[in-house]
Design a protein around this ligand. Structure first.
Ligand code: PLP
Length: 456
């Protein structure tokens, strides 16, 4: 069927409210209407193609319209799309759980399904909280979370968030969490330097735990990379030290791997970089390779068994969502995992990571590139007004936004985080595309930041 672009744009602008979008701007833009995707590209209604440089907000692993995942979905859709997980189970959800337990850090053997990253986090927080209640340790009610942390947009997840721009306005609605410093070495909150700091940001957690003796239920963080906070890569040893501190104070460590999971950081899970085993892990995004909303909160038998008892003891975890354990999502998850675990896949990803590492160095030639942060195929390039002083661009300068708009002329789609340009392509990106992506980014950053006055 032929669609009329103007008509569709008008309908969108008239009836739709887009997420994280200033709609006043949106309504004056020539908005891209995506019609289809193939491999690492998305195509718009005018026939333009764009390299999906942020894998459709960090979720696509194997490219669009992947034959293997498509076929798995086609097979499943002719059987059943969805039946409830409340009081029933189903084949794809069972098989996906089995596959996940095999690859998750040892001991994470219980899979609780939900639908998206935020719900995975809500589940984790409630699970940790009720665990302590169920075992009679009712004083443990507080949570520690990190500055610059992002865990989703539902209120529990926002309570654990630490990005003032997104979270401050909702403060009156939130439950308080105790904030620990962000492991953000480039702009250290504690004005220290790694390694002479001796991981003071982690040690701060130890102090918080002592100050709140026996009252902390859990600590939630994004292991290795704080994603929405600006692709902040924690210094070596940080995560391991946090694990030690949590263990010594009996604090449950919740690893939010919604963004980092499934090889994004170069390992299947980011916690693997420091051989850390969390008490609870949250997964979504890459779980279905960006095909369908599905999420997992996984934990071990110790936490799980605290919820066992006679019905009338009310130890049950009274939490669930309509689409929990959805068959289509689970089928996509199985197919995606099979691709991920194929022989030599990891080697291929490692090669791409090195290629990026090498190619990205050239960006330091540009005087407004403050820091390039890379862990695996998660890359953040922080632009600064002045490299010596690390002076920030002002919000009205829209520096990240303008670079990402400019790079569209090279058939690349990116979405920034403020002044940080994000590269997080599908794992299936090719070597040629990596080179093209970085070369184009070089040109766009140069063009936008070194334009006569770099003003808007
Ligand atoms: N946790 C992390 C680390 C995330 O990066 C995100 C989303 O970007 C979420 C949770 C929330 O996921 P969702 O947008 O699927 O609710």
């Amino acid at each position: 069927m032929k669609y009329n672009k103007n008509r569709l744009q008008n309908i969108d602008k008239k009836y739709i409210w887009h997420p994280f979008t200033q709609m006043k701007e949106w309504m004056n833009e020539d908005i891209l209407i995506i019609t289809h995707g193939r491999g690492n590209y998305i195509y718009d209604i005018d026939g333009n193609k764009y390299l999906d440089g942020v894998s459709s907000i960090w979720c696509n692993l194997h490219g669009h319209a992947n034959r293997r995942i498509n076929n798995a979905l086609k097979r499943q859709i002719d059987k059943i799309s969805h039946s409830t997980f409340l009081g029933l189970t189903n084949i794809p959800a069972i098989l996906l759980a089995e596959k996940l337990v095999k690859i998750l850090p040892a001991g994470l053997t219980r899979i609780f399904y939900s639908d998206n990253g935020s719900t995975a986090v809500e589940v984790a927080i409630k699970m940790a909280f009720q665990y302590w209640q169920n075992i009679g340790n009712t004083k443990r009610r507080k949570f520690i979370s990190l500055n610059n942390g992002y865990h989703g947009d539902t209120l529990g997840a926002v309570s654990a968030g630490g990005i003032p721009l997104f979270h401050d306005v909702f403060k009156p609605l939130l439950f308080p969490t105790i904030k620990a410093p962000s492991p953000y070495c480039y702009r250290c909150e504690l004005n220290l330097q790694y390694p002479s700091c001796k991981l003071a940001c982690a040690e701060r957690i130890d102090i918080i735990a002592r100050e709140n003796f026996d009252e902390i239920a859990g600590l939630i963080l994004e292991p290795i990379v704080q994603a929405a906070g600006g692709f902040i890569v924690s210094p070596p040893g940080y995560l391991k030290r946090v694990r030690e501190i949590c263990s010594s104070h009996r604090i449950l460590l919740i690893a939010d791997e919604v963004a980092t999971g499934f090889m994004r950081t170069g390992k299947l899970f980011a916690v693997n970089h420091e051989q850390v085993i969390p008490d609870i892990i949250c997964l979504s995004k890459g779980l279905t390779s960006g095909y369908l909303p599905l999420a997992v909160t996984a934990t071990g038998e110790e936490i799980f068994s605290a919820f066992l008892g006679r019905y009338e003891e009310f130890k049950t975890f009274f939490h669930g969502h309509t689409y929990t354990g959805n068959q289509l999502g689970s089928s996509a998850g199985i197919a995606s995992l099979e691709l991920l675990l194929k022989k030599n896949f990891i080697k291929g990803v490692e090669k791409k990571i090195h290629l990026f590492e090498k190619a990205l160095q050239k960006l330091y030639e540009l005087k407004h590139v403050g820091e390039i942060r890379q862990k695996g195929l998660m890359i953040g390039i922080e632009l600064v007004k002045n490299r010596e002083t690390k002076e920030l661009y002002e919000p009205y300068e829209r520096i990240g936004y303008r670079v990402c708009r400019d790079i569209r002329k090279y058939e690349i789609f990116l979405r920034p985080l403020g002044n940080v340009i994000v590269l997080m392509p599908p794992l299936s990106i090719t070597e040629k595309e990596i080179k093209y992506l970085v070369d184009s980014l070089y040109k766009s950053i140069k063009f936008i930041t070194e334009m006569d006055n770099a003003s808007i």
